[in-house]
Design a binder for this molecule. Structure first.
Ligand SMILES: [Zn+2]
Length: 363
């Protein structure tokens, strides 16, 4: 079988393929049903498949669809890992593979980056009880230009001029950071971290209790798309630079691992990411966490699509021509839906998983 066949056409298709492959592989599956429905009335759920014993001390955790519409990539690799006869698998008897399929199923199904609460899940894992959400003055300055009040070519052109001026005054990377680093002041904006735990955050906490109670060493691979050259996979460590966990991350995936906090990544250093959340939810395990970014289109086009997605948040389920065009654009922005892209993602993604098993079993 060519592994590209595991990449789906929609969330519903992805879920069906993942569940069928789980059954064939003899994986134990648990699910958490989401309160909303998909565009065709389909059930939305986080499905968790587990290979190997429940009491494993070593666990590789692979997550897809943290950013909803990016889910095609990670879902394809997860299903391939279950279905392909030659796929990497745990070797040692106390090593498990836990596949968390579509942690943000609403965003995956509706081709949005956010959750149904309009929250960027990969900014939501902060201590909400402390009530001290960080300020982002750059976003505040540009908020009206990042997400348009009205959808028109003239308004878009004027907004782009403001963003370009900011980029020229500071730098393109500073502009990318101001937009994407995270913000807690504009609930209707982009990259909004939310001022309360989302449904998906709660689901992840519950999954940690279900699946990771006996884990002592855990590797997280969180699949994303939208940064880097098309089809290329970039591993990103969000641990403190040169901490023990950061060094383990580089031991697993080599010198190509970048670290935003060390200033050598295409990603801005963001807060409230899923790796923080999973380590907080399962603090008894020693975590080595990597976000894997697979490129699709140039970053400026990616940011433009995210701005359109944020504009649609006030009427997420609209069936208007504009809404359908924005969702289609999100799909094309975050899913390289051709055989070459899928083959490259599978080759790199399955290799990352293989290296995670090998490294974990040395601990
Ligand atoms: Zn992402």
């Amino acid at each position: 079988m060519t592994p590209e066949v595991h990449f789906a056409a929609s969330y519903a298709d992805a879920r069906a393929r993942f569940l069928a492959a789980s059954l064939d592989a003899g994986a134990r599956v648990r699910r958490r049903i989401h309160p909303e429905r998909g565009p065709d009335g389909e059930t939305l759920a986080v499905d968790v498949a587990r290979l190997c014993p429940a009491n494993s001390r070593r666990v590789v955790v692979i997550v897809s669809a943290t950013h909803g519409a990016e889910g095609f990539c990670g879902s394809g690799v997860q299903t391939g890992l279950l279905a392909e006869r030659d796929a990497p698998r745990p070797h040692a008897p106390d090593t498990a593979l836990v596949l968390i399929h579509a942690i943000n199923p609403f965003g995956f199904a509706w081709l949005s980056r956010t959750t149904h609460e309009n929250v960027d899940l990969n900014r939501n894992f902060v201590d909400h009880r402390a009530g001290a959400w960080p300020a982002n003055p750059g976003y505040d300055e540009l908020a009206g230009a990042i997400v348009l009040a009205e959808w028109s070519d003239a308004a878009k052109a004027e907004a782009d001029r403001r963003l370009d001026a900011y980029g020229e005054a500071h730098s393109q990377f500073a502009l990318q950071g101001a937009i994407s680093i995270s913000q807690w002041s504009h609930p209707d904006g982009a990259f909004y971290g939310g001022r309360a735990a989302t449904w998906s955050l709660r689901a992840l906490e519950a999954i940690c209790c279900d699946e990771l109670a006996s884990a002592r060493h855990a590797v997280l691979l969180d699949f994303h798309t939208g940064l880097g050259p098309r089809g290329y996979g970039k591993p990103i460590s969000c641990h403190a630079p040169d901490s023990a966990a950061d060094r383990r991350a580089r031991e697993i995936l080599g010198s190509e691992v970048t670290n935003p906090a060390a200033g050598n990544s295409t990603s801005a250093a963001v807060m409230g990411t899923l790796d923080d959340g999973i380590a907080f939810a399962a603090p008894w395990a020693e975590w080595t966490s990597l976000a894997l970014e697979f490129g699709v289109v140039p970053v400026k086009d990616t940011l433009d699509a995210i701005r359109a997605d944020a504009w649609l948040a006030s009427d997420r389920k609209s069936t208007s021509h504009t809404a359908r065009a924005i969702r289609q654009r999100m799909r094309e922005t975050f899913y390289g839906d051709d055989a070459e892209w899928k083959a490259r993602v599978w080759a790199l993604g399955s290799d990352f998983a293989a290296r995670a098993f090998t490294a974990l079993e040395r601990l």
